[in-house]
Design a protein around this ligand. Sequence first.
Ligand code: ADP
Ligand code: MG
Length: 261
Amino acid sequence: MAKIFCVANQKGGVGKTTTTVNLAAGLAKVGQRVLMVDLDPQGNATMGSGVDKRQLPLSVYDVLLESASIAEARAQSDKLKAGGCSYDILGSNRELAGAEVELVEVERRDRRLKSALAAVDADYDFVLIDCPPSLSMLTLNGLCSAHGVIVPMQCEYFALEGLTDLVNTIKQVKANLNPDLQLIGLLRVMFDPRITLQQQVSDQLKAHFGDKVFDTVIPRNVRLAEAPSYGVPGVVFDPSSKGAQAFVAFAQEMVQRIQKI
Ligand code: ADP
Ligand code: MG
């Protein structure tokens, strides 16, 4: 059975997409079968996996509106294959922004993705869902489909504030819509140990959330930021970089953790 995780944080620019594509590549590298679902109309995870969002014959939009199955809409990327870290991609583009409005009228509107994923469950060990920076109907579809949430965060003062909202949302979804949903963990990203405030926030996180804070820390690393312009995750772009190595270590940590879920 596939384990399904949302990568979510209602703030933009915190590293959700970087986490999703690099964790997907890292998991593929350690032999896991992975589907990456791009639920953000910006389509950054799609492009960052080597699939052109402007040329998608079918996308997650068609899946949410039930005009295509995931088996029909999923894509693969030659660049990922060449890098030896291949995973399947359910892509998105601007069309998905319209789904928000179109879904208002339909039945089971928050369960569309869950039903679609059930049909491909046997094909994967992991499904990773890159969520948009909001707590919208799209994110809700992600949260209703998932076993757990991975929250990337920068160790800054305001990061803690936003976290309370997200933790409350997860609790509400768990109570009302998806009893399986768990906060899997907080992933410290873009971390710079030389910055005292980051160390302090990191210590506060550990004091407050305990083992919900992943052991792996993702450093600030320019190779991770450069990789998307080549249409690959950092794990493929420069496997020897500190950032890539951290994401492979994180993939291994996730494989260990799911045995306890
Ligand atoms: P989100 O999906 O939450 O909006 P992104 O993953 O797109 O965030 O990251 C925002 C920006 O930060 C991007 O330009 C990305 O390349 C950069 N970035 C993300 N993680 C790192 C990192 N560990 N080191 C350096 N740059 C990073
Ligand atoms: Mg993003």
